[in-house]
Design a protein around this ligand. Structure first.
Ligand code: PHE
Length: 471
């Protein structure tokens, strides 16, 4: 059976930007920015997107197009070892875990969109959010959100995902742009802009490593890295499109959308005298609802705002569902219809569990997802940099035109620098999870050492498995 594929490269890019631009940009980015020194976080985040995100995304796209399958099949073929199956399966599980929590938050957004015209949550935003965010109402809206995502995925790559992304993503950009302009016309926004855009070198110098962890986690999350979703999308690509060019377009567009979201959210909050930095994820719903409640035309703006977030969340959700669904189709010969139904049912259950269990939700949507994405990305880097090398360079260069010359520095960075950086992030996250306060030097040492061990292990295993033929 022929695999589905993108109708055009533009369609792929829009779908990939759609995957990247989501709750991460509009919900996570502003509150992380607010909690981590505003402009200092913005600068660090931008540096990490360029230094780690872009080469990392290229690695994931190279694996997808070279492997021409979903993670399990692609990694098995590419590394020619039985290790491909557990590694690919890890990606697939990551997308299931992610969508379980993502769909719950998507449900909150759906509810906030539908009820914005009534102003239902303006008066007592705190109580309202507490009621809406967990328990049975949250389960209901989670199922609704998931159904929307499932219907799109059911129609497949070209007829479902590509078509929808071509409409939804441009709509997100236009609406966010409009909101940013509207925000600029509001009084008392100066403090918000200053907090966001006036670079404070002092804060960065004193809090460098505190900002590093969240900024790096955000750079991975927002580019959809390490989950295998971008790998899956790239597996539907034509041979002749330029992966480095597409990567740059995806990363830049995604960043623009994130920055735009910040230009809406932060000045609005500041204009209402609300500090966004307290209380994390829920605070944004609460704080924004408070702001919308006191702004002129607040109900209308709230409707447009949450609708925009909803579109962005849907285009990310479909990439998360496509990965496990396409895996069942590719590797287990299931029809897309059955695969979509089955995966939707699974996520309906797991997501409902998270919607009912508050503390579990926080644990999964924070540290668990961070750790899974970091491990996933580390594996991709190891495969590209340590196993494929020349093949990866060839895949990079295919159709790359003038960007061909970047292949060598890229593969060097992917083999020697990025694994250590990503391992450092993993160490930092794990240490903070275990409430260990490891000094920076210590974490660097662990990162270098662990990377070397992994490298030795990988080179040994591929050597041993050299005779293993696939199937
Ligand atoms: N990038 C998405 C966002 O910013 C989240 C995501 C991560 C989607 C990984 C798919 C895979 O919301």
């Amino acid at each position: 059976m022929d695999r589905d594929s993108w109708v055009s490269n533009v369609g792929f890019v829009l779908a990939a930007v759609g995957s990247a631009a989501g709750l991460g940009n509009i919900w996570r980015f502003p509150w992380l920015t607010a909690e981590n020194g505003g402009s200092a976080f913005l600068v660090m985040y931008l540096l990490l997107v360029i230094g780690v995100g872009v080469p990392g995304l290229l690695a994931e796209l190279v694996l997808g197009r070279r492997g021409r399958q979903t993670p399990i099949g692609a990694l098995r073929t590419l590394i020619g070892s039985r290790w491909g199956t557990p590694l690919g399966a890890f990606n697939v599980i990551t997308t299931v875990v992610m969508l379980s929590f993502y769909s719950v938050v998507g449900g909150w957004i759906l509810r906030y969109t539908l009820l914005a015209p009534t102003g239902a949550y303006f008066a007592q935003p705190q109580q309202y959010f507490r009621h809406a965010s967990h328990g049975l109402p949250a389960v209901g809206f989670h199922l609704l959100f998931l159904t929307i995502v499932a219907i799109i995925v059911y129609f497949g790559v070209s007829r479902g995902i590509e078509r929808v992304s071509k409409i939804m993503l441009p709509a997100v950009v236009v609406l966010l742009g409009g909101l940013a302009i509207w925000t600029a016309t509001q009084p008392n926004t100066a403090a918000g802009y200053a907090f966001y855009l006036d670079f404070d070198g002092n804060y960065l110098a004193t809090h460098f490593f505190d900002v590093l962890g969240p900024a790096a986690g955000q750079a991975l999350f927002t580019l959809s890295l390490g989950a295998g979703a971008m790998l899956t999308y790239a597996s539907y690509l034509d041979e002749d499109v330029s992966l480095p060019r597409d990567t740059l377009v995806i990363a830049i567009s995604n960043t623009v959308i994130g920055v735009l979201a910040g230009l809406v959210v932060l000045p609005l909050l500041f204009s209402q005298g609300i500090s966004p930095g307290q209380g994390g994820p829920g605070a944004l719903f609460v704080a924004l609802a408070t702001a919308f409640g006191s702004l002129p035309g607040g109900a209308l703006v709230a409707t447009v705002f949450f609708f925009t977030v909803l579109l962005a969340a849907v285009t990310s959700g479909i990439s998360l569902l496509e990965t496990p669904v396409a895996t069942l189709v590719d590797n287990y010969g299931m029809s897309r219809r059955r695969a979509t139904l089955l995966m939707t049912l699974v996520i309906a259950v797991t997501g409902s569990g998270l919607a009912l269990a508050g503390p579990m939700f926080r644990f999964v949507s924070g540290p668990v997802v961070d750790v899974m994405l970091t491990i996933g990305l580390f594996a991709f880097l190891a495969i590209v940099g340590w196993i494929l090398r020349q093949d990866a360079v060839a895949e990079f260069q295919r159709g790359a035109g003038r960007l061909r010359g970047f292949a060598t520095p890229w593969v060097l960075a992917v083999s020697w620098v990025l694994p250590v950086v990503v391992m450092f992030l993993l160490t930092t996250t794990l240490a903070s999870l275990a409430s260990l306060s490891l000094a920076t030097v210590m974490r660097v040492a662990i990162a270098v050492f662990a990377t070397l061990i992994c490298r030795t292990a990988v080179t040994r295993t591929t050597h041993d498995d050299a005779g293993y033929s696939n199937r």
